[in-house]
Design a protein around this ligand. Structure first.
Ligand SMILES: C=C(O[C@H]1C=CC=C(C(=O)O)[C@@H]1O)C(=O)O
Length: 595
């Protein structure tokens, strides 16, 4: 495998890269015209190390289109800058119509944002008495809510990559044509105004992708050429795949190639100077307890509104317990959100630095929306401990993560809490349902499925979870197909899946948007990694929406579950520097704010 430690200084790359981009652009134009369909151009070079977070920060000035991915298990970081192209699946069914009526319009770059819609599955309203009793998984659960969306996306990506010119080192994880983005939790639920710009699926092929990993630092330059579109045309150009997936090519992504390359290389050179020798994976790790930027975040006074409020939460958990007692459900994960308004705009870069410093075991991610919506381009970010799926050269990795307790103030208390978690029948059942679903879902497509016989502990700074790693081998499958199969696991939806989703739609009120969906990346071979987008929130200027949920099973108690969600809201609240009373917000003024 190639290793690019200490690759070329960025300043020396600018001219050769600009020349290569122009040469490849010319070839891609030929190819696109001959084939009558879009062509991807992608080439990768080794570069000197640069701090991914400094680059992510700097990108805000150059272009709003940016994303960050910091993986926990190896020093792997991706920063996606600009958009060579964007693949969008707008919502289908009722969600799409609601979107049109909720203020969606022409964005600043003149695109309608509409596009064809992919139908999504939507179940009947929950009827507790309908269907067989739960508890006997038959492995024939209907397709998950992302099946149509992920299927369409994968098929469009395959067809786009079929016309690609790729010059990337073989075997370097996260280089070459890589899409970065995410999926909504449930495309059947109409999105709230806050989620405008975050459709059912949105993935960006960055103009420039920075990859840092054990094999060094790499820069991948991407272009998409459409047949019959000369470079330099004003406004977005588009292409619609037969599956209903929209490909948008912004002017910057297809303009004179040298210009795009120079723009980003200057930014990287600046970032390299501002943070020399920074570690891979998001910059230097600071002492635990610091803000990650060397300071403890100062608490900002905020107006906080919880939704559902405490009374409605208790009603929802009680209804869930009744459905469980009636045999209609075995488990449902209920979530709540906290809407905070600060005096000044939140800075995503600072928040991410803090999350990385405090939660090194987590996937730290940030994905910008499409630029529409209130308060400018939203950024969805978080620090998730939960891998949905990773696929690398046919090897699949996933994990069951469910069952939670707090960390103790002393080592003895911590151990006592951990023991109680491992021995709690309720927590073990909550966890076992996730393991069972993953086994049943993967067994038909996976060889050599290995599932740890007993859960272990995954300890984060503020919370500890039950965790069961799962491995196997799958052939001929791309990552989106696996997302469609696995999402949502009973760690975010429930069991049986369709009934749990119907319960969530009916009781939660409001849309989860991308919370609990899947965020991450995948390449032209279909390899990549997605995290379950929990411990996350949406930032728009001085407003933020924070989300957290918890599994309800027989034996759950509304009050304890409320406190558990408070624990799960805490990491992002602290990183934002806000200190609402997470356990006690009463929801006053909810109607006035619209939460
Ligand atoms: C739904 C969330 O967490 C899930 C993941 C780990 C443990 C969970 C639990 O113990 O309830 C949840 O299933 C969340 O953090 O919003």
């Amino acid at each position: 495998m190639p290793v690019a430690r200490g690759g070329a200084p960025l300043s020396t790359l600018i001219e050769p890269i600009a020349r290569d981009l122009e040469r490849l652009d010319a070839r891609a134009h030929d190819q696109a015209h001959r084939a009558g369909r879009p062509a991807v151009v992608s080439f990768t070079v080794a570069a000197e190390p640069v701090d991914p977070l400094a680059v992510f920060d700097g990108a805000a000035i150059v272009a709003g289109e940016r994303a960050l991915w910091l993986a926990p298990d190896e020093p792997m970081a991706l920063v996606a800058l600009g958009a060579a192209a964007v693949l969008t699946v707008e919502e289908g069914g009722e969600r799409g119509q609601a979107g049109e009526g909720s203020g969606r319009g022409r964005g600043p770059e003149g695109h309608s944002g509409g596009g064809p819609r992919v139908p999504v599955s939507r179940s009947d309203p929950l009827r507790p008495s309908a269907g067989p009793p739960v508890g006997h998984g038959r492995g024939d659960e209907p397709a998950g809510p992302l099946a149509a969306v992920a299927g369409a996306l994968e098929s469009a990506w395959r067809s786009l990559c079929a016309g690609s010119l790729v010059d990337a080192p073989h075997g370097v994880w996260g280089t070459g044509p890589v899409l970065v983005g995410g999926f909504a939790f449930d495309p059947a639920v109409p999105p709230d105004a806050a989620w405008v710009g975050f459709p059912a699926a949105r993935f960006v092929l960055p103009e420039l992708l920075l990859t840092r990993g054990p094999q060094g630092t790499w820069l991948t330059f991407n272009r998409v050429v459409l047949p019959g579109t000369p470079g330099g045309r004003q406004g977005d150009a588009g292409w619609t795949f037969p599956e209903g997936v929209r490909l948008t090519v912004p002017p910057a992504g297809r303009g004179p190639a040298g210009e795009g390359g120079r723009r980003w290389l200057s930014l990287l050179a600046l970032a390299a100077r501002s943070a020399p020798g920074a570690t891979a994976g998001g910059g230097p790790r600071r002492r635990a307890g610091s803000g990650g930027d060397g300071r403890r975040p100062a608490a900002v006074p905020v107006a906080a509104v919880a939704r559902p409020d405490r009374r409605r939460w208790t009603e929802a958990v009680t209804a869930a317990l009744e459905a469980i007692a009636a045999g209609a459900l075995a488990k449902v994960v209920l979530a709540r959100r906290l809407h905070v308004r600060a005096g000044t705009a939140f800075d995503p870069g600072t928040v991410l630095r803090r999350l990385r410093a405090e939660y090194p075991e987590c996937f730290v991610f940030a994905v910008a929306g499409d630029g529409r919506g209130p308060g400018g381009r939203g950024v969805f970010l978080g620090a998730s401990p939960e891998r949905l799926v990773r696929l690398r050269e046919a090897r699949l990795e996933t994990a069951a993560l469910a069952g939670s307790t707090a960390r103790g103030a002393s080592a003895a208390e911590d151990e006592a809490l951990a023991r109680a978690l491992l021995q709690s029948p309720k927590e073990r059942q909550e966890h076992a349902l996730v393991v069972r679903m993953l086994r049943e879902t993967l067994a038909p497509v996976c060889r050599g499925l290995e599932i740890a016989p007993e859960p272990r502990l995954l300890r984060l700074r503020n919370v500890q979870h039950l965790h069961t790693p799962i491995h196997g081998v799958v052939d001929g499958v791309m990552l989106p197909q696996l997302v469609a199969r696995l999402h949502p696991t009973p760690a975010l939806g429930g069991w049986p899946r369709e009934r749990a989703l119907a319960f969530i739609r009916r009781w939660e009120g409001g849309s989860r948007g991308w919370y609990g969906g899947a965020v991450g990346w995948f390449d032209h071979r279909g390899d990549g990694e997605m995290a379950v987008a929990i411990r996350s929130g949406l930032l728009r200027g001085a407003e933020a929406w924070l989300f957290a949920g918890c599994g309800v099973v027989a034996g759950s108690d509304p009050e304890r579950e409320w406190r558990e969600t408070a624990l799960k809201l805490q990491p992002l609240a602290a990183a934002l520097g806000v200190e609402p009373d997470l356990g006690a917000e009463a929801g006053a003024g909810e109607a006035a704010h619209g939460g």
